[in-house]
Design a protein around this ligand. Structure first.
Ligand SMILES: Cc1cc2nc3c(=O)[nH]c(=O)nc-3n(C[C@H](O)[C@H](O)[C@H](O)COP(=O)(O)OP(=O)(O)OC[C@H]3O[C@@H](n4cnc5c(N)ncnc54)[C@H](O)[C@@H]3O)c2cc1C
Length: 444
Protein backbone atom coordinates (compact mmCIF):
# COMPACT_ATOMS: atom_id res chain seq x y z
CA UNK A 1 0.00 0.00 0.00
CA UNK A 2 1.19 3.56 -0.66
CA UNK A 3 1.51 6.29 1.95
CA UNK A 4 -2.16 7.24 1.29
CA UNK A 5 -4.07 6.72 4.54
CA UNK A 6 -7.24 5.62 2.70
CA UNK A 7 -6.68 2.86 0.15
CA UNK A 8 -7.64 3.91 -3.37
CA UNK A 9 -9.24 1.47 -5.80
CA UNK A 10 -9.46 2.73 -9.36
CA UNK A 11 -11.81 1.01 -11.83
CA UNK A 12 -11.22 1.61 -15.55
CA UNK A 13 -14.36 1.38 -17.71
CA UNK A 14 -17.96 2.07 -16.63
CA UNK A 15 -19.72 -0.66 -18.62
CA UNK A 16 -21.48 -3.74 -17.25
CA UNK A 17 -18.49 -5.02 -15.26
CA UNK A 18 -17.05 -1.67 -14.10
CA UNK A 19 -20.44 -0.24 -13.10
CA UNK A 20 -21.31 -3.29 -11.01
CA UNK A 21 -17.82 -3.43 -9.52
CA UNK A 22 -17.83 0.24 -8.43
CA UNK A 23 -21.30 -0.17 -6.92
CA UNK A 24 -20.26 -3.23 -4.91
CA UNK A 25 -16.94 -1.73 -3.84
CA UNK A 26 -18.75 1.13 -2.12
CA UNK A 27 -21.37 -1.17 -0.61
CA UNK A 28 -18.78 -3.68 0.63
CA UNK A 29 -16.54 -1.05 2.20
CA UNK A 30 -19.52 0.65 3.83
CA UNK A 31 -20.79 -2.64 5.23
CA UNK A 32 -17.36 -3.38 6.70
CA UNK A 33 -17.18 0.16 8.11
CA UNK A 34 -13.87 0.78 6.36
CA UNK A 35 -12.95 3.96 4.52
CA UNK A 36 -12.01 3.13 0.91
CA UNK A 37 -11.69 5.60 -1.94
CA UNK A 38 -13.36 4.29 -5.12
CA UNK A 39 -12.71 6.06 -8.43
CA UNK A 40 -14.31 5.08 -11.73
CA UNK A 41 -12.58 6.33 -14.87
CA UNK A 42 -14.67 5.86 -17.98
CA UNK A 43 -14.57 7.17 -21.52
CA UNK A 44 -18.32 7.87 -21.32
CA UNK A 45 -20.33 9.33 -18.44
CA UNK A 46 -22.95 6.61 -18.80
CA UNK A 47 -23.21 2.86 -18.68
CA UNK A 48 -24.49 1.69 -22.06
CA UNK A 49 -27.06 -1.09 -22.02
CA UNK A 50 -25.83 -2.58 -25.31
CA UNK A 51 -28.44 -5.38 -25.66
CA UNK A 52 -30.97 -2.69 -26.61
CA UNK A 53 -28.74 -0.92 -29.18
CA UNK A 54 -30.41 -2.75 -32.11
CA UNK A 55 -33.71 -1.19 -31.00
CA UNK A 56 -32.09 2.26 -31.07
CA UNK A 57 -30.82 1.57 -34.61
CA UNK A 58 -34.33 0.43 -35.52
CA UNK A 59 -35.89 3.68 -34.27
CA UNK A 60 -37.88 1.98 -31.50
CA UNK A 61 -35.89 3.42 -28.57
CA UNK A 62 -34.08 6.69 -28.03
CA UNK A 63 -30.39 6.51 -27.08
CA UNK A 64 -30.92 8.13 -23.67
CA UNK A 65 -33.25 5.27 -22.70
CA UNK A 66 -30.39 2.77 -22.94
CA UNK A 67 -27.72 5.03 -21.37
CA UNK A 68 -27.64 4.83 -17.58
CA UNK A 69 -26.00 8.01 -16.24
CA UNK A 70 -23.11 7.23 -13.90
CA UNK A 71 -23.60 10.52 -12.04
CA UNK A 72 -26.64 9.64 -9.97
CA UNK A 73 -26.36 5.88 -10.09
CA UNK A 74 -23.13 5.41 -8.16
CA UNK A 75 -23.25 7.39 -4.90
CA UNK A 76 -19.91 7.36 -3.10
CA UNK A 77 -17.90 6.80 -6.29
CA UNK A 78 -15.54 9.48 -7.55
CA UNK A 79 -16.32 9.71 -11.29
CA UNK A 80 -13.75 10.76 -13.86
CA UNK A 81 -14.79 10.98 -17.51
CA UNK A 82 -11.75 10.28 -19.64
CA UNK A 83 -9.98 7.64 -21.67
CA UNK A 84 -7.09 5.82 -20.00
CA UNK A 85 -4.22 5.69 -22.46
CA UNK A 86 -1.49 4.18 -20.34
CA UNK A 87 -0.86 2.37 -17.06
CA UNK A 88 2.43 2.43 -15.15
CA UNK A 89 2.31 -0.78 -13.16
CA UNK A 90 5.52 -0.09 -11.23
CA UNK A 91 4.55 3.46 -10.20
CA UNK A 92 0.95 2.31 -9.63
CA UNK A 93 -0.48 5.14 -11.68
CA UNK A 94 -2.46 5.63 -14.85
CA UNK A 95 -2.65 8.34 -17.44
CA UNK A 96 -5.92 9.58 -18.90
CA UNK A 97 -7.15 12.12 -21.42
CA UNK A 98 -10.49 13.86 -21.07
CA UNK A 99 -12.86 14.43 -24.01
CA UNK A 100 -11.67 18.01 -24.28
CA UNK A 101 -8.02 16.94 -24.36
CA UNK A 102 -6.85 17.63 -20.78
CA UNK A 103 -4.51 15.00 -19.39
CA UNK A 104 -4.25 13.71 -15.85
CA UNK A 105 -2.29 11.13 -13.88
CA UNK A 106 -4.04 9.15 -11.13
CA UNK A 107 -2.45 6.94 -8.50
CA UNK A 108 -3.98 3.69 -7.29
CA UNK A 109 -3.43 0.99 -4.71
CA UNK A 110 -5.64 -1.50 -6.50
CA UNK A 111 -6.48 -1.33 -10.18
CA UNK A 112 -9.54 -2.98 -11.74
CA UNK A 113 -9.49 -3.14 -15.54
CA UNK A 114 -12.88 -3.43 -17.24
CA UNK A 115 -12.50 -1.45 -20.51
CA UNK A 116 -14.64 -3.93 -22.46
CA UNK A 117 -14.20 -4.69 -26.13
CA UNK A 118 -14.30 -3.12 -29.56
CA UNK A 119 -15.43 -4.51 -32.91
CA UNK A 120 -12.97 -7.03 -34.35
CA UNK A 121 -11.99 -5.88 -37.82
CA UNK A 122 -10.46 -8.04 -40.50
CA UNK A 123 -8.03 -7.15 -43.24
CA UNK A 124 -10.77 -6.86 -45.87
CA UNK A 125 -10.18 -4.13 -48.46
CA UNK A 126 -12.45 -1.14 -47.79
CA UNK A 127 -13.95 -2.54 -44.56
CA UNK A 128 -12.67 0.11 -42.13
CA UNK A 129 -13.56 2.91 -44.54
CA UNK A 130 -17.01 1.88 -45.75
CA UNK A 131 -18.54 -0.35 -43.07
CA UNK A 132 -19.89 0.82 -39.73
CA UNK A 133 -20.37 -1.06 -36.44
CA UNK A 134 -22.90 -1.37 -33.63
CA UNK A 135 -21.12 -0.91 -30.30
CA UNK A 136 -21.92 2.70 -29.45
CA UNK A 137 -24.89 5.08 -29.39
CA UNK A 138 -23.10 7.06 -32.12
CA UNK A 139 -23.18 4.04 -34.41
CA UNK A 140 -26.78 3.10 -33.55
CA UNK A 141 -27.97 6.65 -34.28
CA UNK A 142 -25.95 6.75 -37.47
CA UNK A 143 -27.53 3.49 -38.71
CA UNK A 144 -31.06 4.71 -38.00
CA UNK A 145 -30.45 8.00 -39.82
CA UNK A 146 -28.55 6.31 -42.63
CA UNK A 147 -31.42 3.90 -43.36
CA UNK A 148 -34.12 6.59 -43.24
CA UNK A 149 -31.96 8.97 -45.30
CA UNK A 150 -31.03 6.41 -47.97
CA UNK A 151 -34.65 5.31 -48.39
CA UNK A 152 -35.75 8.89 -48.77
CA UNK A 153 -33.08 9.64 -51.38
CA UNK A 154 -33.96 6.44 -53.26
CA UNK A 155 -37.52 7.71 -53.55
CA UNK A 156 -36.35 10.73 -55.55
CA UNK A 157 -33.67 8.94 -57.58
CA UNK A 158 -34.11 8.08 -61.26
CA UNK A 159 -31.06 5.87 -61.85
CA UNK A 160 -32.19 2.30 -61.13
CA UNK A 161 -28.69 1.17 -60.12
CA UNK A 162 -28.41 3.97 -57.53
CA UNK A 163 -31.91 3.14 -56.26
CA UNK A 164 -30.79 -0.47 -55.71
CA UNK A 165 -27.68 0.72 -53.83
CA UNK A 166 -29.69 2.99 -51.56
CA UNK A 167 -32.32 0.35 -50.88
CA UNK A 168 -29.91 -2.43 -49.91
CA UNK A 169 -28.43 -3.04 -46.46
CA UNK A 170 -25.71 -5.65 -45.87
CA UNK A 171 -25.19 -6.87 -42.31
CA UNK A 172 -22.20 -9.11 -41.60
CA UNK A 173 -22.43 -11.34 -38.52
CA UNK A 174 -25.46 -13.54 -37.83
CA UNK A 175 -24.96 -14.04 -34.11
CA UNK A 176 -27.49 -12.44 -31.75
CA UNK A 177 -26.36 -8.83 -32.31
CA UNK A 178 -26.49 -9.13 -36.13
CA UNK A 179 -29.80 -11.03 -36.14
CA UNK A 180 -31.40 -8.47 -33.80
CA UNK A 181 -30.02 -5.57 -35.80
CA UNK A 182 -31.21 -6.85 -39.18
CA UNK A 183 -34.67 -7.57 -37.70
CA UNK A 184 -34.96 -4.07 -36.24
CA UNK A 185 -33.71 -2.37 -39.41
CA UNK A 186 -36.17 -4.47 -41.44
CA UNK A 187 -39.00 -3.25 -39.17
CA UNK A 188 -37.85 0.36 -39.60
CA UNK A 189 -37.62 -0.01 -43.39
CA UNK A 190 -41.12 -1.55 -43.48
CA UNK A 191 -42.45 1.45 -41.58
CA UNK A 192 -40.69 3.90 -43.91
CA UNK A 193 -42.21 2.07 -46.89
CA UNK A 194 -45.68 2.14 -45.32
CA UNK A 195 -45.54 5.84 -44.43
CA UNK A 196 -43.92 6.91 -47.70
CA UNK A 197 -46.06 4.64 -49.84
CA UNK A 198 -43.71 2.23 -51.57
CA UNK A 199 -43.42 -1.56 -51.64
CA UNK A 200 -41.36 -2.74 -48.62
CA UNK A 201 -39.97 -5.69 -50.60
CA UNK A 202 -38.03 -3.14 -52.64
CA UNK A 203 -35.76 -2.73 -49.62
CA UNK A 204 -33.31 -5.60 -49.59
CA UNK A 205 -31.47 -6.92 -46.53
CA UNK A 206 -28.57 -9.34 -46.88
CA UNK A 207 -27.25 -11.09 -43.76
CA UNK A 208 -23.89 -12.84 -44.05
CA UNK A 209 -21.96 -15.16 -41.78
CA UNK A 210 -18.98 -17.47 -42.19
CA UNK A 211 -20.70 -20.00 -39.95
CA UNK A 212 -23.12 -22.63 -41.28
CA UNK A 213 -25.85 -21.52 -38.83
CA UNK A 214 -27.42 -18.31 -37.63
CA UNK A 215 -27.09 -17.69 -33.90
CA UNK A 216 -25.39 -21.00 -33.03
CA UNK A 217 -25.34 -19.77 -29.39
CA UNK A 218 -29.10 -20.58 -28.98
CA UNK A 219 -28.83 -24.22 -30.11
CA UNK A 220 -29.87 -26.04 -33.30
CA UNK A 221 -33.64 -25.96 -32.72
CA UNK A 222 -33.96 -22.21 -32.07
CA UNK A 223 -31.31 -21.40 -34.66
CA UNK A 224 -33.49 -23.12 -37.30
CA UNK A 225 -36.54 -21.11 -36.19
CA UNK A 226 -34.59 -17.85 -36.38
CA UNK A 227 -33.44 -18.70 -39.90
CA UNK A 228 -37.05 -19.39 -40.96
CA UNK A 229 -38.31 -16.13 -39.47
CA UNK A 230 -35.54 -14.05 -41.02
CA UNK A 231 -36.16 -15.61 -44.45
CA UNK A 232 -39.93 -15.15 -44.12
CA UNK A 233 -39.28 -11.45 -43.55
CA UNK A 234 -37.49 -11.37 -46.86
CA UNK A 235 -33.98 -11.22 -45.43
CA UNK A 236 -31.49 -12.82 -47.78
CA UNK A 237 -29.43 -14.94 -45.35
CA UNK A 238 -26.21 -16.26 -46.85
CA UNK A 239 -24.28 -18.64 -44.65
CA UNK A 240 -20.62 -19.66 -45.05
CA UNK A 241 -20.24 -16.37 -46.92
CA UNK A 242 -18.59 -13.10 -45.98
CA UNK A 243 -17.15 -9.98 -47.58
CA UNK A 244 -14.31 -10.11 -50.07
CA UNK A 245 -14.13 -6.32 -50.41
CA UNK A 246 -16.17 -3.20 -49.66
CA UNK A 247 -16.54 -0.03 -51.74
CA UNK A 248 -18.77 3.01 -51.19
CA UNK A 249 -21.49 1.72 -53.54
CA UNK A 250 -21.13 -2.08 -53.50
CA UNK A 251 -19.65 -5.11 -51.78
CA UNK A 252 -18.14 -8.23 -53.30
CA UNK A 253 -18.94 -11.44 -51.44
CA UNK A 254 -16.71 -14.49 -51.04
CA UNK A 255 -19.15 -16.45 -53.26
CA UNK A 256 -18.26 -14.07 -56.09
CA UNK A 257 -21.48 -12.04 -56.20
CA UNK A 258 -21.50 -8.28 -56.22
CA UNK A 259 -24.20 -6.57 -54.13
CA UNK A 260 -24.91 -2.90 -54.81
CA UNK A 261 -25.24 -1.12 -51.43
CA UNK A 262 -24.40 2.05 -49.54
CA UNK A 263 -25.02 0.63 -46.06
CA UNK A 264 -22.72 -2.07 -44.69
CA UNK A 265 -22.78 -3.02 -41.02
CA UNK A 266 -20.01 -5.17 -39.57
CA UNK A 267 -21.03 -6.99 -36.37
CA UNK A 268 -18.82 -10.03 -36.77
CA UNK A 269 -17.32 -10.30 -33.29
CA UNK A 270 -15.31 -8.34 -30.77
CA UNK A 271 -11.78 -8.09 -29.48
CA UNK A 272 -10.48 -6.65 -26.20
CA UNK A 273 -10.16 -2.88 -25.80
CA UNK A 274 -6.96 -1.51 -27.40
CA UNK A 275 -5.84 -0.49 -23.87
CA UNK A 276 -5.11 -4.15 -23.05
CA UNK A 277 -2.28 -4.58 -25.54
CA UNK A 278 -0.51 -1.45 -24.24
CA UNK A 279 -0.09 -3.01 -20.77
CA UNK A 280 2.66 -5.47 -21.70
CA UNK A 281 0.89 -8.20 -19.72
CA UNK A 282 0.10 -11.74 -20.95
CA UNK A 283 -3.02 -12.07 -23.09
CA UNK A 284 -5.08 -14.95 -24.45
CA UNK A 285 -6.89 -14.37 -27.74
CA UNK A 286 -6.24 -10.64 -27.19
CA UNK A 287 -7.97 -10.63 -23.78
CA UNK A 288 -5.96 -10.01 -20.60
CA UNK A 289 -5.06 -13.27 -18.85
CA UNK A 290 -6.46 -13.51 -15.34
CA UNK A 291 -6.60 -16.22 -12.69
CA UNK A 292 -9.92 -17.61 -11.40
CA UNK A 293 -9.88 -14.94 -8.65
CA UNK A 294 -9.65 -12.31 -11.46
CA UNK A 295 -6.15 -11.12 -10.53
CA UNK A 296 -3.56 -10.73 -13.24
CA UNK A 297 -0.90 -13.48 -12.82
CA UNK A 298 2.00 -12.11 -10.76
CA UNK A 299 0.10 -8.90 -9.86
CA UNK A 300 -2.04 -9.30 -6.75
CA UNK A 301 -2.90 -5.58 -7.03
CA UNK A 302 -4.33 -5.67 -10.58
CA UNK A 303 -7.73 -7.23 -11.43
CA UNK A 304 -9.64 -7.55 -14.68
CA UNK A 305 -12.99 -8.85 -15.93
CA UNK A 306 -15.67 -8.48 -18.58
CA UNK A 307 -14.99 -8.61 -22.31
CA UNK A 308 -11.42 -7.35 -21.84
CA UNK A 309 -10.32 -10.35 -19.76
CA UNK A 310 -9.83 -14.06 -20.48
CA UNK A 311 -11.55 -15.38 -17.36
CA UNK A 312 -11.22 -19.16 -16.85
CA UNK A 313 -14.66 -20.78 -17.10
CA UNK A 314 -14.70 -23.13 -14.11
CA UNK A 315 -18.02 -24.66 -15.24
CA UNK A 316 -16.70 -25.79 -18.64
CA UNK A 317 -13.89 -27.95 -20.02
CA UNK A 318 -10.53 -26.91 -18.71
CA UNK A 319 -8.95 -24.27 -20.90
CA UNK A 320 -12.23 -22.57 -21.82
CA UNK A 321 -12.72 -18.91 -20.95
CA UNK A 322 -16.05 -17.19 -20.32
CA UNK A 323 -17.72 -15.72 -23.44
CA UNK A 324 -17.87 -11.92 -23.86
CA UNK A 325 -21.44 -11.38 -22.65
CA UNK A 326 -23.13 -8.91 -20.33
CA UNK A 327 -24.36 -11.86 -18.31
CA UNK A 328 -20.78 -12.71 -17.31
CA UNK A 329 -19.57 -9.10 -17.15
CA UNK A 330 -22.17 -8.14 -14.52
CA UNK A 331 -21.32 -11.11 -12.33
CA UNK A 332 -17.59 -10.62 -12.81
CA UNK A 333 -18.11 -7.01 -11.70
CA UNK A 334 -19.43 -8.23 -8.36
CA UNK A 335 -16.61 -10.78 -8.03
CA UNK A 336 -14.03 -8.08 -8.86
CA UNK A 337 -15.37 -5.88 -6.04
CA UNK A 338 -15.35 -8.73 -3.56
CA UNK A 339 -11.81 -9.83 -4.42
CA UNK A 340 -10.35 -6.31 -4.66
CA UNK A 341 -11.75 -5.56 -1.21
CA UNK A 342 -10.39 -8.88 0.11
CA UNK A 343 -6.94 -7.85 -1.13
CA UNK A 344 -7.03 -4.87 1.25
CA UNK A 345 -8.27 -6.92 4.17
CA UNK A 346 -12.07 -6.63 3.78
CA UNK A 347 -13.74 -10.05 3.50
CA UNK A 348 -12.41 -13.08 1.65
CA UNK A 349 -11.66 -13.64 -2.02
CA UNK A 350 -13.53 -16.23 -4.09
CA UNK A 351 -12.91 -17.79 -7.50
CA UNK A 352 -15.34 -16.63 -10.21
CA UNK A 353 -17.81 -19.29 -11.25
CA UNK A 354 -21.06 -18.82 -13.14
CA UNK A 355 -23.07 -21.28 -15.18
CA UNK A 356 -24.58 -19.75 -18.33
CA UNK A 357 -28.29 -18.96 -17.81
CA UNK A 358 -29.12 -18.76 -21.52
CA UNK A 359 -29.92 -15.90 -23.82
CA UNK A 360 -32.89 -13.77 -24.85
CA UNK A 361 -32.94 -12.46 -28.42
CA UNK A 362 -35.60 -9.99 -29.56
CA UNK A 363 -36.13 -10.26 -33.31
CA UNK A 364 -38.44 -7.33 -33.97
CA UNK A 365 -42.23 -7.28 -34.36
CA UNK A 366 -43.91 -10.30 -32.78
CA UNK A 367 -40.92 -12.60 -32.54
CA UNK A 368 -38.09 -13.52 -30.20
CA UNK A 369 -36.23 -16.60 -29.06
CA UNK A 370 -34.98 -17.39 -25.58
CA UNK A 371 -33.45 -20.31 -23.77
CA UNK A 372 -33.62 -19.35 -20.11
CA UNK A 373 -32.05 -22.10 -18.01
CA UNK A 374 -32.36 -24.65 -20.80
CA UNK A 375 -36.06 -23.99 -21.57
CA UNK A 376 -36.45 -23.29 -25.29
CA UNK A 377 -38.98 -20.57 -26.13
CA UNK A 378 -39.88 -18.79 -29.36
CA UNK A 379 -42.56 -16.42 -30.65
CA UNK A 380 -44.68 -14.34 -28.30
CA UNK A 381 -43.76 -16.18 -25.03
CA UNK A 382 -40.09 -15.54 -25.82
CA UNK A 383 -40.92 -11.94 -26.69
CA UNK A 384 -42.53 -11.44 -23.27
CA UNK A 385 -39.55 -13.07 -21.53
CA UNK A 386 -37.04 -10.99 -23.55
CA UNK A 387 -38.76 -7.69 -22.82
CA UNK A 388 -39.33 -8.47 -19.14
CA UNK A 389 -35.71 -9.56 -18.83
CA UNK A 390 -34.35 -6.30 -20.28
CA UNK A 391 -36.68 -4.21 -18.13
CA UNK A 392 -35.43 -6.00 -15.02
CA UNK A 393 -31.79 -6.01 -16.05
CA UNK A 394 -31.62 -2.27 -16.78
CA UNK A 395 -29.97 -0.95 -13.63
CA UNK A 396 -32.05 2.24 -13.19
CA UNK A 397 -35.77 2.85 -12.67
CA UNK A 398 -36.04 5.87 -14.99
CA UNK A 399 -34.50 3.91 -17.87
CA UNK A 400 -36.87 1.00 -17.22
CA UNK A 401 -39.80 3.39 -17.25
CA UNK A 402 -38.72 5.01 -20.53
CA UNK A 403 -38.10 1.67 -22.26
CA UNK A 404 -41.37 0.21 -20.91
CA UNK A 405 -43.33 3.20 -22.22
CA UNK A 406 -41.62 2.95 -25.60
CA UNK A 407 -42.64 -0.73 -25.81
CA UNK A 408 -46.25 0.20 -24.97
CA UNK A 409 -46.23 3.07 -27.47
CA UNK A 410 -44.96 0.65 -30.12
CA UNK A 411 -48.13 -1.42 -29.67
CA UNK A 412 -50.47 1.49 -30.33
CA UNK A 413 -48.53 3.85 -32.62
CA UNK A 414 -46.15 3.53 -35.58
CA UNK A 415 -42.41 4.14 -35.10
CA UNK A 416 -41.46 7.80 -35.46
CA UNK A 417 -39.45 8.32 -38.60
CA UNK A 418 -37.08 10.96 -37.33
CA UNK A 419 -33.47 11.34 -38.41
CA UNK A 420 -31.68 14.15 -36.61
CA UNK A 421 -28.53 13.92 -38.73
CA UNK A 422 -26.41 14.54 -35.64
CA UNK A 423 -23.80 11.91 -36.49
CA UNK A 424 -21.68 12.43 -39.57
CA UNK A 425 -20.36 9.61 -41.69
CA UNK A 426 -16.85 10.29 -40.32
CA UNK A 427 -17.98 10.34 -36.69
CA UNK A 428 -19.47 6.87 -37.16
CA UNK A 429 -16.18 5.37 -38.44
CA UNK A 430 -14.67 2.67 -36.21
CA UNK A 431 -11.68 4.91 -35.53
CA UNK A 432 -13.84 7.79 -34.25
CA UNK A 433 -16.80 6.01 -32.65
CA UNK A 434 -14.89 3.20 -30.95
CA UNK A 435 -11.33 4.64 -30.91
CA UNK A 436 -10.06 1.63 -32.84
CA UNK A 437 -6.74 2.34 -34.50
CA UNK A 438 -7.42 1.50 -38.17
CA UNK A 439 -5.03 1.88 -41.12
CA UNK A 440 -7.10 4.75 -42.50
CA UNK A 441 -7.09 6.59 -39.15
CA UNK A 442 -3.31 6.30 -38.90
CA UNK A 443 -2.70 7.61 -42.38
CA UNK A 444 -1.12 5.60 -45.18
C1 LIG B 1 -25.36 -4.83 -30.10
C2 LIG B 1 -24.97 -5.67 -28.92
C3 LIG B 1 -25.91 -6.48 -28.31
C4 LIG B 1 -25.56 -7.26 -27.21
N1 LIG B 1 -26.51 -8.05 -26.63
C5 LIG B 1 -26.19 -8.81 -25.56
C6 LIG B 1 -27.17 -9.60 -24.91
O1 LIG B 1 -28.33 -9.62 -25.33
N2 LIG B 1 -26.80 -10.34 -23.83
C7 LIG B 1 -25.51 -10.34 -23.34
O2 LIG B 1 -25.22 -11.02 -22.34
N3 LIG B 1 -24.55 -9.59 -23.94
C8 LIG B 1 -24.85 -8.83 -25.02
N4 LIG B 1 -23.89 -8.06 -25.63
C9 LIG B 1 -22.50 -8.14 -25.13
C10 LIG B 1 -22.29 -7.17 -23.98
O3 LIG B 1 -22.63 -5.87 -24.38
C11 LIG B 1 -20.85 -7.18 -23.49
O4 LIG B 1 -20.46 -8.49 -23.21
C12 LIG B 1 -20.70 -6.30 -22.27
O5 LIG B 1 -20.97 -4.96 -22.59
C13 LIG B 1 -19.29 -6.40 -21.68
O6 LIG B 1 -19.24 -5.61 -20.54
P1 LIG B 1 -17.87 -4.89 -20.15
O7 LIG B 1 -18.14 -4.20 -18.86
O8 LIG B 1 -16.74 -5.83 -20.22
O9 LIG B 1 -17.63 -3.83 -21.30
P2 LIG B 1 -18.54 -2.63 -21.76
O10 LIG B 1 -19.91 -2.79 -21.32
O11 LIG B 1 -18.27 -2.50 -23.23
O12 LIG B 1 -17.92 -1.39 -21.02
C14 LIG B 1 -16.62 -0.94 -21.24
C15 LIG B 1 -16.56 0.50 -20.75
O13 LIG B 1 -15.19 0.90 -20.73
C16 LIG B 1 -15.07 2.17 -21.31
N5 LIG B 1 -13.70 2.23 -21.85
C17 LIG B 1 -13.19 1.55 -22.89
N6 LIG B 1 -11.89 1.83 -23.04
C18 LIG B 1 -11.59 2.72 -22.07
C19 LIG B 1 -10.40 3.39 -21.71
N7 LIG B 1 -9.25 3.22 -22.38
N8 LIG B 1 -10.45 4.25 -20.67
C20 LIG B 1 -11.61 4.45 -19.98
N9 LIG B 1 -12.75 3.83 -20.28
C21 LIG B 1 -12.74 2.97 -21.31
C22 LIG B 1 -16.17 2.21 -22.36
O14 LIG B 1 -16.50 3.55 -22.68
C23 LIG B 1 -17.28 1.48 -21.64
O15 LIG B 1 -18.00 2.37 -20.82
C24 LIG B 1 -24.21 -7.26 -26.72
C25 LIG B 1 -23.27 -6.42 -27.34
C26 LIG B 1 -23.63 -5.65 -28.43
C27 LIG B 1 -22.59 -4.75 -29.06
Amino acid sequence: MTERSVPRIVVVGGGFAGFECARHLVRGARKAGVDVSVTLVSADDYMLYTPLLPEVAGGLLDPRFVAVPLANSLPGVDLVTGRVDGVDLEARSLHLTSRSGETETLGWDRLVLTPGSVTRLFDIPGLADHARGLKTTTEALYLRDQLIGQLELAGRETDSEVIRQRRTVVVVGASYAGAELVSQMRALADEVARQRGFDPTEVRFVLLDTSAQVMPEVGDKLSGKVLDVLRRRGIDVRLETTLESVADDHVVLTDGTTVPTRTVVWVAGVTASPLIETLGLPTEGGRLKVRPDLTVPGRADVFAGGDAAAVPDLTADSGDVTPPTAQHAVRQGKALARNALASIGIGTAKAYRHRNLGLVVDLGPGFAVANPMGVYLSGLPAKAVARAYHLLALPRGVNRWAVGLAYLTDVVAPRSLVSFGLVSDDEARFSASQAIPTPSSNGP
